[in-house]
Ligand binder design. Structure first.
Ligand code: GTP
Ligand code: MG
Length: 336
């Protein structure tokens, strides 16, 4: 690995920007899809407020973080003021209400790590998951959306990486590979560490303009991102170079044994400092990706000794294809 670490990018890499951007554009959801999602939220809100007058509904995940590709499920969070609620009880009640309102495939998954209801809206055809009081997810959704406003190369890179991960079957947490959320954080971290950087660390700027305490966790950062529109303009790298660089980094440069990927700080975060060096219960910490707010949470915890091999081989495969194929796009996204 070390010997291949310093290989240079192919000379004609920038030529791949046009086909890669074409793929990016084909993944952007059309406006009518966004409109359907808004309609669904409005109809859910009516039903919920009828039962719980002080409740609020928030969109989170890819339908609200601006990293959503076309035809994604909608993630909704129901926020109830009372902290001591029995989530299962509420979910079962809500499932009953939704069923009577003719939503399809209503399922309450009350025993999941994050209990949810799954449903399909017969009017818009949109599928949706509803969880309760998962306010941290609503806040990290805003952080991702804010990062996406700073430099368009972030959504471009992240859409391409997510599309690659879905095509190659490495976006399945129940099979030990990584969530979309984890991949987006890996992209943000990568762009924070370009030279010159393309993204700042919003949680490390001197001024805090957004502040919230959620589940005893302080969520604070600079969210006036319209003032940061030129932050990355000294870096002229093309999207193709960044896509190649991303896979090259994860294939040959990342120090899996010692370092944690963190978007919270530009300093190197060591696995040792977080005590993420050994297996604890099911968490093996073979690839460590720190949640920006819930910093004790490793999004790589799902990765096991088999899936880490799959992941690293896929990173190497992608880097090699981009480096050597004359027309790499088809091969890169070939279904596994
Ligand atoms: P796709 O549905 O694959 O397009 O992407 P997504 O952005 O909706 O991703 P995902 O389904 O992985 O996660 C949905 C949202 O849940 C994320 O945007 C986060 O806000 C939140 N989330 C996901 N995983 C975790 C986790 O392990 N911890 C926390 N705190 N939040 C998470
Ligand atoms: Mg989702």
């Amino acid at each position: 690995r070390i010997a291949r670490k310093h290989i240079h990018c192919r000379g004609d890499i920038d030529m791949l920007t046009i086909p890669l951007l074409r793929i990016y554009e084909s993944l952007i959801p059309p406006e009518e899809e966004k409109e359907k999602q808004r309609q669904l939220l409005i109809s859910l809100e009516k039903l919920v407020v009828n039962e719980w007058p002080h409740a609020h509904l928030f969109l989170f995940g890819s339908c609200a973080n601006s990293f959503g590709v076309s035809n994604s499920d909608v993630d909704v969070c129901l926020v109830l003021r009372d902290a001591d609620i029995d989530k299962s009880e509420i979910l079962l009640k809500l499932a009953e209400i939704l069923q009577s309102a003719n939503f399809q495939n209503v399922q309450a998954l009350t025993r999941a790590r994050v209990p949810i209801i799954k449903l399909k809206d017969p009017v818009t055809g949109v599928s949706c998951d509803i969880c309760i009081n998962n306010v941290l997810a609503v806040v990290n959704t805003k952080l991702l959306r804010d990062y996406a406003q700073i430099d368009v190369r972030l959504p471009q890179l992240a859409f391409i990486v997510k599309h690659w991960a879905k095509s190659r079957g490495v976006n399945e947490t129940y099979q030990g590979t990584l969530s979309s959320y984890a991949y987006v954080l890996m992209c943000i971290h990568f762009l924070q560490h370009r030279d010159p950087p393309i993204l700042p660390c919003l949680q490390e700027t001197k001024i805090v303009t957004y502040h919230k305490i959620v589940d005893n966790i302080e969520c604070a950062y600079f969210d006036q991102v319209e003032k940061l529109k030129t932050f990355g303009s000294d870096n002229k790298e093309s999207v193709a170079r960044l896509v190649w660089g991303f896979f090259h980094y994860w294939a040959y440069c990342h120090d899996y044994a010692n370092t944690v990927v963190s978007v919270r700080t530009k300093n190197t975060v060591s696995k040792r400092a977080k005590d993420w060096t050994r297996r604890i219960g099911k968490d093996r910490h073979l690839i460590c990706i720190e949640d920006p707010f819930e910093t004790s949470h490793d999004l790589g915890r799902v990765v096991d000794k088999y899936s880490i091999k799959v992941l690293r081989e896929e990173f190497e495969r992608a880097a090699t294809i981009l480096q050597t194929y004359p027309n790499p796009c088809e091969k890169l996204f070939e279904p596994f």
